[in-house]
Design a protein around this ligand. Structure first.
Ligand code: C5P
Length: 223
């Protein structure tokens, strides 16, 4: 039986990809399956937390016993996460947020033209960084995917976004990260310290993530 060490705590998890529509039938997205975020949400639920799962379009079914908020774009994700995070104790951003959206999405399907076309993109807001600006008493956890210089880049990211820690995962390792049932991550703190975890099921990664979030919370309470 699971330990019930999250009773009374509010946990917000974002999961899956976002879709940035160019016109009514075309969008920019990424292969995020949502499995990592769903595993965090389900693990938090089983340990007694009150869980809000804000998810982009995925093929997973809604886990029972938690609040599921479906979103499409990064801007919708931001609205839902910021609202849910107001009274949250732990926020875990596993969503693979698109960095850009169309500067001007067309309301009508764009006709094919001869030759090249140019699409103007504009940056999406960084939700984790926004939460980091107004920390409150929350524990803030991010994910990052890097192909090179991972630990340094993730530590810099954690520091810049004011997150407590980031789990770095690797898009190129077989059976892990995008779509896989396992993940192999490195825990990276803003001070640059890090811990390599072995390849584990996403549920086990979720368990360790929440253990670490509770340790951070205990330290914050002491300080
Ligand atoms: O894309 P990046 O590597 O900066 O993402 C690191 C973390 O920041 C992830 O947890 C991701 O969910 C979050 N993020 C966000 N808003 C964005 C981009 C990323 O909250 N626009």
């Amino acid at each position: 039986p699971a330990v019930r060490d999250l009773v009374g705590l509010k946990v917000v998890v974002s999961a899956g990809p976002t879709r940035e529509y160019l016109d009514p039938v075309r969008f920019i997205s990424n292969p995020s399956s949502g499995k990592m975020g769903f595993a965090v949400a389900e693990e938090a639920r089983s340990r007694g937390a009150d869980v809000t799962l804000v998810t982009g379009p995925v093929t997973l079914s809604d886990p029972p016993g938690l609040r599921v908020v479906p979103i499409g774009s990064a801007l919708e994700l931001r609205g839902a996460v910021i609202a849910a995070a107001q009274d949250a104790d732990i926020v875990v951003m596993t969503a693979a947020v698109a960095d850009y959206r169309a500067a001007q999405a067309s309301g009508e399907k764009q006709a094919k033209v001869a030759g090249d076309v140019t699409v103007q993109l504009t940056p999406n807001p960084d939700i984790l960084a926004e939460l980091g600006q107004q920390r409150g008493g929350r524990v803030l956890v991010g994910f990052a995917m890097e192909t090179h210089a991972g630990v340094e880049r993730a530590a810099a990211k954690a520091a810049r976004k004011n997150a407590d820690f980031i789990l770095l995962n690797y898009p190129t390792r077989e059976g892990t990260a995008f779509g896989g049932d396992d993940n192999q991550v490195t825990l990276v703190r803003p001070d640059g310290s890090s811990e390599d975890w072995p390849r584990l099921s996403k549920r086990e990664v979720a368990r360790r993530l929440l253990d670490e979030a509770l340790r951070v919370r205990a330290r914050q309470a002491e300080a």
